[in-house]
Design a protein around this ligand. Structure first.
Ligand SMILES: [Fe+2]
Length: 188
């Protein structure tokens, strides 16, 4: 069996997003990929720094590699397009939200465990936390131009809505990574 190749995965993503049922086709591709997740780790590296890395972005689809610091959380945000998430290490705990006036009201949740794949519909607003004392890593496939979409995020304390971007998420990941490493420095 061939090892995971990012180029081949992206080629297969392109075929899947053009399927008559693209979210199911991408889910099937991610499930296959997660079943040999050690090959993903070999290809992308063992998760050791929290960040969101763009693996592919065009108007048709976007693929992000999200590596979560232990116990970190990301503010509520929307995607405005279908997302399919597959976890190749750790666990992502999703809290779902619905718009109210003003702000947001909690509306359930969903744990995405190691090797699980979940489709998030285009209307989803979610916040995400890593419940594990280890880095969590997932491939996130968005069925559209995620980087250029007009999206929102919400302040996690006041629920004030503001424009979102991948840069604002990356700042949260970087701060969480620094905080984790700071608190887990070996004693000198
Ligand atoms: Fe998200």
């Amino acid at each position: 069996m061939n090892a995971f190749s990012l180029d081949r995965f992206l080629d297969e993503c392109r075929v899947a997003v053009r399927d008559a049922q693209p979210s199911l086709a991408v889910k099937e591709l991610l499930e296959r990929t997660m079943s040999t997740d050690h090959e993903v780790v070999t290809a992308l590296g063992a998760p050791s720094t929290a960040d969101v890395t763009v693996l592919h972005a065009d108007p048709e689809f976007t693929v992000l590699n999200a590596v979560w610091a232990p116990c970190m959380s990301l503010f509520p945000h929307d995607h405005t397009m279908t997302a399919v998430v597959g976890i190749y290490g750790g666990q992502e705990d999703n809290t779902f939200w619905r718009r109210t006036e003003p702000g947001l009201t909690q509306a359930g949740g969903r744990e995405i465990r190691h090797r699980e794949v979940v489709i998030l519909g285009p209307d989803i607003i979610h916040s995400v936390s890593n419940p594990k004392q280890m880095y969590t890593a997932g491939l996130h496939v968005y069925l559209g131009d995620y980087l250029n979409a007009k999206r929102s995020e919400w302040d996690p304390s006041t629920f004030e809505e503001r424009p979102s971007s991948i840069e604002s998420s990356r700042r949260v990941f970087a701060a969480a990574d620094a905080a984790w490493k700071e608190s887990h420095q070996p004693a000198r």
